[in-house]
Design a binder for this molecule. Structure first.
Ligand code: HEC
Length: 166
């Protein structure tokens, strides 16, 4: 009886260890989903597969010329999109926290809580693993000292604000 109890207790402990492990390592297929599993390598893959590089540039240092928007059809004359510098420079993401960056990527809100131009699409279903992998990758990049002009997407961001150097 005593032995059985030991076995039972041991089994329960093993089960608990097992279930806590599987919750941090993601779904049944073993795909990582957690922040703590983020890797620079995954981030590097994601900025290409998610097409961040198409707008923010291969080096993620932003666009000095506005990008053509929309990519096909007639460009909207009221919209001027300058994808910002996302390298760890003073002109880039140096002052942003990881969580602020995650919010920008997934919810389109900047580090001050203001909405970003909606043309920067919201990656709302991106899991923590991928989001924080991208952030880790951005922080691993060589800083590029390049100032990017503010975007214009009225009524959210106006030409006047851009001209005022905001
Ligand atoms: C269609 C082009 C486009 C794509 C694709 C795109 N972005 Fe952006 N992104 C922008 C533009 C334009 C802004 C600036 C919006 C604004 O100023 O309101 C922006 C802003 C940001 C910001 C806020 C930075 C700041 O200084 O304000 C972050 C962070 C960001 N993008 C990350 C990403 C990541 C990561 C991806 C890929 C998962 C991505 N973007 C894909 C165009 C794009």
């Amino acid at each position: 009886m005593r032995r059985l109890l030991v076995l039972l207790v041991g089994g329960a402990a093993a089960l608990m260890a097992c279930s806590s492990k599987s919750s941090s390592s993601g779904d049944d297929a073993g795909t990582p989903t957690g922040k703590d599993q983020a890797t620079v390598e995954q981030g590097k893959t994601s900025v290409v597969s998610r097409e961040c590089v198409k707008c923010h540039g291969q080096n993620m240092a932003g666009a000095v010329q506005p990008i053509v928007y929309p990519a096909t059809g007639t460009p909207d004359p009221n919209i001027e999109l300058y994808p910002p510098n996302l390298t760890p420079d003073a002109n880039g993401i140096m002052s942003w926290t990881d969580d602020q960056l995650a919010l920008a990527i997934r919810s389109g809100v900047d580090e001050t809580g203001l909405e970003l131009c909606p043309q920067m699409k919201h990656f709302s279903t991106m899991n923590d693993y991928e989001t924080y992998s991208i952030i880790k990758y951005l922080r691993s990049l060589p800083p590029v000292n390049q100032k990017i002009l503010r975007s214009v997407c009225p009524p959210l961001k106006t030409k006047q604000e851009q001209q005022a150097g905001k």
